[in-house]
Design a protein around this ligand. Structure first.
Ligand code: AR6
Length: 186
């Protein structure tokens, strides 16, 4: 138990909350909050497609589909990031139809895919908390817990940025991180 706690703590130390526009970050991969059709949409997805250029939509169309809770990878094209991992979070339906585990799965699959591809640094937006309506505080707790649990099992990515759009979202993620850290032995 003590060892599991120590490895979770080390995993938490690999996570940083930042505030800003994910398309500007200098990381090896950024995660897109995508839809199952992998179609360019609004929100962070729209921003990523605009910054990457039209080749990104073509690469997504060639893949065609990604189930909710899963993730696929494409090049980053015009982005600084070498790759984009398209993760599909759940649409919020009230919290009783598996939204938490589907959201956790979207984070976990993104990190597993990143590790498979040798990606050392990655940034996530707050998946599902915009157009898909997932409550922000609950999503932040799921995000931080899932990223930490997954990092505790894999060496890559070495560094994970949780890229929050706005101060309120950043505060929720920092608090979730602090709470988990406080629960772990030093
Ligand atoms: N950088 C970082 N975060 C951002 C940015 C940005 N440039 N722009 C918005 N956010 P959303 P969802 C935040 O709606 O809820 C799309 O049409 C935003 O404030 O982008 O998963 C897709 O194609 C929020 O906190 O994604 C899907 O159809 C978070 O990113 C659908 O929306 C996620 O909000 C996915 O909805």
């Amino acid at each position: 138990m003590a060892e599991a706690g120590a490895s979770l703590r080390r995993a938490l130390e690999r996570i940083t909350v930042v505030e800003g526009d994910i398309t500007t970050l200098d990381v090896e991969a950024i995660v897109n909050a995508a839809n199952e059709r992998l179609a360019p949409g609004g929100g962070v997805c729209g921003a990523i497609h605009r910054a990457a250029g039209p080749e990104l939509a073509r690469a997504c169309a060639a893949i065609g589909h990604c189930a909710t809770g899963d993730a696929v990878i494409t090049p980053g094209f015009g982005l600084k990031a070498r790759s984009v991992i398209h993760a599909v979070g759940p649409i919020w339906h009230g919290g009783e139809v598996g939204e938490d585990s589907l959201l956790a799965s979207a984070y976990r699959r993104s990190l597993e895919l990143a590790a498979e591809k040798g990606i050392a640094s990655i940034a996530f937006p707050a998946i599902s908390t915009g157009i898909y309506g997932f409550p922000a505080e609950r999503a932040a707790a799921v995000a931080v817990r899932t990223v930490a649990d997954t990092l505790a099992r894999q060496a890559l990515p070495e560094r994970v940025l949780l890229c929050c759009f706005g101060a309120a979202s950043a505060e929720l993620h920092r608090r979730a991180l602090t709470e988990l850290m406080a629960a772990e032995p030093p």
